[in-house]
Design a protein. Structure first.
Length: 396
């Protein structure tokens, strides 16, 4: 059987690889085999013939996503070793045996040296997203590795990849059961709070696991406050605000389906008689004339910029949104504000929020600077992986 196909780089283009960055851009490539197909395993060499890395070939600006900087076979043992390391990290940080939490990210792409692969664990269910053709073609290896590592802790493996695979790729992306029981939702626990997660209809893999620690911080600040959870989705921040003894909590989302699930999640945790109400509304319109003056506002919008071409418009949107929130907050109010756009840097986001605060003419102080939790690790060699940025502001 033929070995991996070889890709040769242009002179001088090996520098980033020697610094262990996991992406090779198409402009760095000198020669590609004519017989290559998207998703193939390839070996990458510099212009002098020195081996550099092994990875998945893909069509687009990123030509190769690096799987290994060693010359090793990408076989079943490789997948078991890599996902075992990812699981060991989650055990190290206390997520695998905590009775109060049974939801966490098991594999986080480049952060776990598996670019293009996301695996979220929901109380026995592994929801997988493939972000490259190479990873999709390796799905059978991923299934075997997950079953080997999680054993009886695993009942279902589901692929939620219809929206993550390249639309022009040589596959027909779909959401599908890969192994185990046919289920579409489950209850999970996060720091003792209960949430219903439906990965078939929900965004991403069904729940925003990356906000776990930030939700707990919301609980800490919520006591006695009137709280607005904007872009509230299925009510994660709302449940924590109620747990923190907020006097009023409003969940606002443009999706009626999401707000309906938010109401269910509140009921699961607190029953009927709680100071919570959900509204289906556009965020910008809602903040023009809210029904009351809030003491705390949480802004967790979807990614305003998915590529660099949309960056300028995204920063203006962040500025407008945060300005509206700061203006509406009661004196001494708290603003939790986030960006999950990878192309928006921490500096750019902070400047947009600064501009919003300056135009409001109110005194604003930073209490916390937030990011993603430890089960969403960021490779030191791939700073682009730090996608979640957050600020907690005190508005006088």
């Amino acid at each position: 059987m033929d070995g991996p196909k070889k890709i040769i780089l242009k002179p001088g283009k090996e520098v980033s690889l020697k610094r262990r960055h996991p992406w090779i851009f198409s402009g760095a490539v000198a020669r590609i085999p004519t017989s290559i197909h998207e998703g193939d395993i390839v070996e990458v060499y510099d212009s002098q013939g020195e081996f550099l890395a092994t990875g998945h070939y893909q069509i687009g600006s990123i030509a190769v996503r690096v799987l290994s900087f060693e010359k090793e076979p990408v076989d079943q043992d490789f997948w078991i070793r890599r996902i075992s390391k990812a699981y060991a990290l989650r055990r190290l940080i206390g997520l695998t045996e905590d009775p109060s939490t049974n939801v966490f990210r098991l594999v986080h792409g480049e952060g776990d040296n598996l670019p293009g692969l996301i695996v979220d664990y929901y109380n026995g269910i592994a929801v997988v997203q493939f972000h490259s053709i190479g990873m999709y073609l390796a799905r059978a290896f991923v299934v075997v590795a997950l079953r080997e590592i999680l054993k009886e802790e695993l009942t279902t493996i589901y692929s939620k990849s219809s929206q993550t695979l390249p639309f022009k790729g040589p596959v027909t992306p779909c959401d599908e059961l890969l192994w185990g029981k046919e289920v579409s939702s489950t209850e999970v626990r996060e720091y003792g709070n209960t949430f219903m997660v439906d990965w078939t209809i929900g965004q991403k893999t069904g729940f925003f696991i990356d906000q776990r620690e930030n939700r707990r911080l919301v609980q800490q600040y919520s006591g006695g406050r009137k709280v607005l959870n904007m872009f509230g989705y299925t009510g994660g921040f709302s449940v924590y605000a109620l747990r923190g003894q907020a006097s009023v909590v409003h969940t606002v989302d443009i999706s009626e389906q999401a707000t309906g699930l938010a109401v269910k999640n509140v009921k699961i945790n607190f029953g009927e008689n709680v100071p919570h109400e959900a509204f289906v509304a556009d965020a910008f319109e809602y903040l023009k004339n809210p029904p009351l003056q809030y003491d705390m506002i949480i802004l967790d919008p979807p990614a305003f910029a998915k590529h660099t071409g949309a960056l300028s418009n995204a920063l203006q949107a962040y500025k407008r949104l945060n300005h509206k929130a700061i203006v509406q907050l009661a004196p001494g109010g708290i603003l939790f504000t986030f960006s999950c756009s990878q192309v928006v840097s921490k500096e750019d986001f902070r400047k947009a929020v600064f501009a919003a605060a300056a135009s409001s003419k109110r005194k604003v102080a930073i209490l916390h600077q937030l990011t993603q939790p430890a089960d969403h690790p960021v490779s030191l060699f791939h700073p682009e992986g730090e996608y979640l940025k957050g600020l907690v502001l005190l508005v006088e």
